[in-house]
Design a protein around this ligand. Structure first.
Ligand code: GLY
Ligand code: MN
Ligand code: MN
Length: 437
């Protein structure tokens, strides 16, 4: 893994030209009443260093004679380590994390200027830590103050994400291995949860089963708050109460994924808890599945990112018209977004170190063109809340459709020749979801 991080830094160094890039760790976890919560490194910082401690700064200076990668870290401190855990310290930063040079974080003001004075620009992403933003600006200002005398120094501040995030968008083999591991754990958890979910169970019991398996297999935990939504709860997109007792005849929507070594899976399945879809549930499920399969087909190298969403919207709209739930001409309904009361979110997002991973979707009017190594979710749905409100020119939705919420979400890798559905081992065909008592 060390060479992996070194390789990522090299890729960024190659893009920096004469610039210096500065990255700051995530703030220490907020502690309530002296209770410590697990620390989670900032994803860009982690991507470049693998270093998982707070109060750290990474500097990449391709133009420096000796120190192209510098870490500022918390020094070793036996007493603090007794309370709060191991620190790598300055030596560890060099030995284990490959820094060419490392300093205690308290020496930042003193040591940073030598990595800026020959740079023509500073790459830094203004973040939530206003104090550190001010530190970077202060150093830049100091450099500018002597620019006339020296005739060199950074004259521009650029967002580091513009260079880094295109790299994060293309997953390496090492990253894919971690995503596959997160997926494998999540697949097993979904399959176990589906077996456990029966009328009479509470949603939180199913959630506990999922999250138990995430941890049992070495995951860091859920990648995001698990959604276990039975019956009409599935019409609430971010339902996380998970406290309802599952009823006979319900569909259960489970949207849950494991975070493994910082990489995430994001899977949704919807299935009948008593082994049989009602006719209305089945009709809508077939439609969502058809939309999802059409969307996945549009995930191809060279295809515009927007294509798979458009594919899903078209199938859903056509289906809703066929069922009489929407009335009108398909193209016009799509253009006027008349499907939105049934389907109000987009069909996917990038997936990686972050669940909603970084990377541009659209450059002005031009969609990102899918590349091998991109990983995204494909997650269409239909939601018919009991109080669903359609446009005025649309007929009311008959009650028999009310309270049905369905989403099907897979994680898909773009390959050189097409795509790979990473999460294919969680069944979604109707024949695999129905069973006889
Ligand atoms: N569960 C978060 C998402 O599907 O985007
Ligand atoms: Mn999801
Ligand atoms: Mn998702």
């Amino acid at each position: 893994m060390h060479s992996e991080f070194a390789q990522r830094r090299q890729q960024l160094l190659d893009k920096l030209g004469n610039g210096t890039a500065i990255f700051h760790s995530a703030p220490p976890q907020v502690n309530h009443s002296d209770v410590e919560y697990p620390y989670r490194q900032e994803s860009d910082f982690y991507y470049l260093t693998g270093f998982n401690e707070p109060e750290a700064v990474a500097v990449l200076a391709p133009h420096h004679d000796e120190h192209r990668f510098v870490l500022f870290v918390r020094p070793r401190d036996p007493e603090k380590e007794t309370w709060h855990g191991y620190r790598s310290g300055v030596e560890g930063a060099k030995e284990r994390y490959g820094a060419d040079e490392a300093y205690p974080i308290a020496e930042l003001d003193e040591k940073l200027p030598q990595y800026l004075e020959k740079a023509d620009r500073i790459y830094y992403s203004l973040g939530r830590d206003q104090t550190f933003n001010q530190t970077v600006l202060k150093h830049w200002q100091q450099q500018l103050a002597t620019y006339a005398k020296r005739g060199q120094g950074p004259t521009a501040l650029e967002d580091a994400r513009v260079l880094l995030h295109p790299l994060r968008l293309v997953k390496s083999e090492a990253e894919l291995a971690l995503i596959r591991k997160a997926v494998a754990i999540s697949v097993e958890a979904h399959n176990a949860a589906r077996e456990l979910a029966r009328p009479g169970r509470y949603e939180y019991e199913v959630q506990a089963e999922l999250e138990y398996l995430f941890k049992k297999h070495g995951g860091l935990g859920p990648a995001y708050p698990s959604i276990v939504a039975s019956g009409p709860g599935a019409c609430v997109l971010h339902y996380i109460e998970n406290d309802r007792q599952i009823q006979d005849g319900d569909l259960l929507l489970i949207d849950a994924g494991c975070c493994y070594s910082y990489y995430n899976a994001d899977i949704t399945r919807t299935f009948p808890v008593a082994g049989r879809f009602t006719p209305e549930q089945k009709t809508l499920y077939e439609l969502v599945l058809k939309a999802q399969l059409a969307a996945i087909e549009a995930v191809q190298p060279g295809e515009p990112y927007g294509a798979f969403h458009d594919a899903a919207v078209r199938v859903l709209t056509e289906g809703l018209v066929e069922l009489g739930l929407l009335v009108g001409e398909i193209d016009k309904l799509i253009e006027e977004e008349k499907y939105k009361p049934f389907y109000m979110h987009r069909t996917g997002h990038w997936l990686g170190l972050d669940v909603h991973d970084v990377g541009v979707y659209k450059y002005g009017d031009t969609w990102h063109s899918l590349q091998p190594g991109n990983v995204l979710t494909v997650e269409p749905g239909i939601y018919i809340a009991p109080d669903i409100k359609l446009a005025e020119d649309q007929p009311p939705v008959p009650e028999r459709w009310h309270g049905i919420g369905i989403r099907i979400e897979d994680d898909v890798l773009v390959t050189a020749t097409g795509h790979e559905i990473l999460t294919r081992e969680v069944p979604k065909a109707i024949a695999d979801l129905e069973w006889a008592m």
